[in-house]
Design a binder for this molecule. Structure first.
Ligand code: ACM
Length: 626
């Protein structure tokens, strides 16, 4: 009984002291005013809507409430429901196409927007104001109240994207839908679907059946991608999959219902080994032995961004048959995807086979160009003409700038922000997806704990990102995008682990005014997000709790520094082979590793007496290499 009283007291503290409950909204809205009291959902309230589009969103709300609370709220036309979904009759200039205004009082919830997208995003905010149990996929008990607020909100950028690579590993239709569900919760509006690459062609092209009969399948291999055994002669290709055109339509509709536009990518002229395995005549070497790559190494990387492909994975820009092939692909793709953009890749195209090819040499002569980079420019311009004939706009990775590209092309800046700045200065539209802030395949915490990869990108760095480079006119920066390459990702739960919470940081980078961002406040909301993901059954990473461990060797001594990005953690460590915990030395300043024997540093972070991070174990030898 006494415990119960204590619990009640704690939970009623904010009310007793007139404090407002902390809100956990991601991305943080433009303006939030908290007012007194709360709205309590009952089974007898009505939901009103003032137009057919508003009815559609109101219906989504009603279904969610019915699923989790078991209430059947009545939907009625008009403006007098306890919960109101209204499309503005006269535009509210501040809100634009995607903004909304949400007012919650003890008597009403009122959501209004200029466009249905705004109502949809306002509804996501409203869901986040409900208790975490709203994330359940079945009926649960909860105190269905919403704190009183007045919110005015709209996005900073119109392009808020995530990219999923389904070539390196195939993700089923159901997995893709689940990924899209989570994007919608955080107001992402663009799903960039990387459908083709060296490791699998994933979209049915009816006029080119081998692309999926052959190109969608590779030999079975385990182990770290990039270090696997190459296909053997005569070995059956059994691993893979593809989306039929009916699957694609279903996913497009699913995304559309969540106000997400899909940008499909066909990565050419490089990254085309799956297409070449299907139709070897598309490349200069025409080698019929080229197979869909199973994650074996086929390139030498020289560490400065340059490389050599040991197997030909590049389309031949001098062969008219290649453009006939591309015309077929893009004709069917343009008919499938209603969005204005088609992504044509353009990245990491190896031109070594072009250099030695008589057809390419003849074309260079005809074009009067002296380097193969210009051949890629020629190729990209041909591709753009094909897209334009289908009424589509070209977007490509920043390499497309190198060979010259038409002013109408949109550039995705991935090799840092440089390409984006250059493109914007030239007057191109730009989407910022730099490796340095937005590559979700990179490791997100202590490298010895996280799944192996050659680079790291911590949550705090993602959160620090401002997609608008200094000195660049905002009108050219459409927005930003996180990219999830799937070389090392075989399951949806691992994709979720890599995406969240870094995707939340990016959602806020792309939506929230830069001056409204606050790292400590974001961390608090991330932790509330973890609780929600537990209920939603969506995986996430707790790597933010692991400290950054650095070592400096000075005068023969190794000095260790431990830094936590999460405020308020206690970091405990040992150097005596004991398991670190709350009774171990607590880190307060850099310390020296003992010398004279094999020493192991062990580290773990706690808060309020509870472990939060992983147990990290590093030998003195490994530390000295840092
Ligand atoms: C890329 O990461 N190759 C665009």
């Amino acid at each position: 009984m006494r415990n119960l009283l204590a619990i009640l007291l704690i939970f009623s503290m904010p009310a007793l002291f007139g404090q407002k409950p902390a809100l956990n909204l991601i991305p943080r809205p433009v303006d939030v005013q908290q007012t007194d009291g709360s709205f309590r959902l009952s089974g007898t309230q009505t939901i009103s809507f003032n137009s057919p589009d508003a009815k559609m969103i109101a219906g989504m709300f009603e279904q969610k409430i019915s699923k989790v609370a078991g209430y059947s709220l009545k939907l009625q036309k008009g403006t007098s429901g306890a919960i109101r979904f209204n499309l503005n009759k006269t535009e509210d200039g501040r809100l634009g196409k995607e903004g909304y205004s949400l007012t919650v009082t003890p008597g009403n919830i009122e959501l209004s927007a200029n466009q249905p997208a705004g109502l949809f995003y306002g509804m996501q905010t409203l869901f986040q104001l409900f208790p975490a149990e709203i994330e359940s996929s079945s009926r649960v008990k909860a105190d269905w109240t919403v704190p009183a607020v007045k919110i005015t909100d709209y996005p900073r950028f119109p392009w808020r994207g995530l990219m999923l690579d389904v070539s390196r590993n195939f993700f089923s239709k159901e997995d893709v839908k689940k990924y899209i569900d989570d994007m919608a919760r955080f107001k992402f509006n663009t799903f960039h679907w990387h459908l083709t690459d060296d490791n699998g062609w994933r979209v049915e092209i009816k006029s080119l059946p081998k692309l999926t009969e052959v190109g969608a399948w590779r030999v079975a291999r385990g182990g770290h991608f990039g270090e696997r055994e190459a296909p053997k002669d005569g070995e059956q290709a059994t691993v893979g999959g593809f989306y039929t055109q009916a699957d694609i339509s279903e996913i497009i509709q699913y995304a559309h219902d969540r106000f997400i536009t899909i940008v499909p990518e066909i990565d050419v002229p490089g990254h085309s080994m799956a297409a070449i395995a299907s139709y070897p005549e598309l490349c200069c070497t025409k080698d019929p032995g080229i197979k869909v790559n199973p994650g074996s190494n086929f390139a030498d990387w020289y560490g400065d961004g340059t490389f050599k492909m040991l197997i030909d994975n590049t389309l031949n820009p001098s062969d008219e048959k290649v453009y006939e092939f591309l015309d077929k692909v893009f004709t069917e793709l343009a008919a499938m995807f209603p969005g204005q953009y088609i992504h044509v890749g353009g990245d990491e195209c190896y031109k070594g086979y072009w250099k030695n090819d008589p057809g390419c040499q003849a074309l260079m002569k005809k074009l009067n160009v002296d380097n193969v980079e210009k051949l890629q420019g020629y190729f990209m311009n041909r591709v753009e003409q094909i897209l334009q004939a289908k009424g589509k706009k070209l977007i490509g990775w920043d390499e497309i700038l190198e060979g010259g590209i038409s002013p109408g092309a949109t550039v995705m800046s991935w090799r840092g922000v440089k390409g984006g700045i250059e493109a914007a200065r030239m007057g191109h539209d730009v989407v910022m997806t730099p490796t340095t802030f937005a590559y979700l395949d990179y490791q997100q915490g202590e490298p010895t704990i996280e799944p192996p990869l050659y680079e790291g990108l911590r949550l705090m760095k993602c959160y620090s990102y401002n997609p608008l480079p200094e000195g660049v006119d905002q009108k050219f920066i459409l927005g930003g995008q996180g990219n999830l390459w799937s070389e090392q990702i075989q399951t949806l739960s691992h994709a979720q682990y890599m995406t969240w919470p870094r995707g939340w940081a990016l959602a806020e980078d792309f939506w929230t005014p830069n001056e409204k961002k606050s790292w400590p406040d974001f961390v608090r909301r991330v932790e509330a997000g973890f609780d929600r993901n537990e209920i939603a059954g969506v995986n996430y990473s707790r790597a933010m709790y692991d400290p950054v461990i650095s070592a400096e060797v000075k005068d023969g001594k190794t000095i260790i520094t431990l830094e936590s990005e999460v405020p308020g953690l206690d970091i405990f460590y040992t150097v005596d082979d004991a398991i670190p915990g709350r009774y171990s030395p607590k880190y307060s300043k850099p310390f020296e590793l003992p010398e004279g024997g094999p020493v192991t540093l062990r580290v773990i972070s706690y808060r309020s007496g509870k472990p939060l991070g992983h147990l990290i174990k590093l030998s003195a030898q490994d530390l000295k290499k840092r």
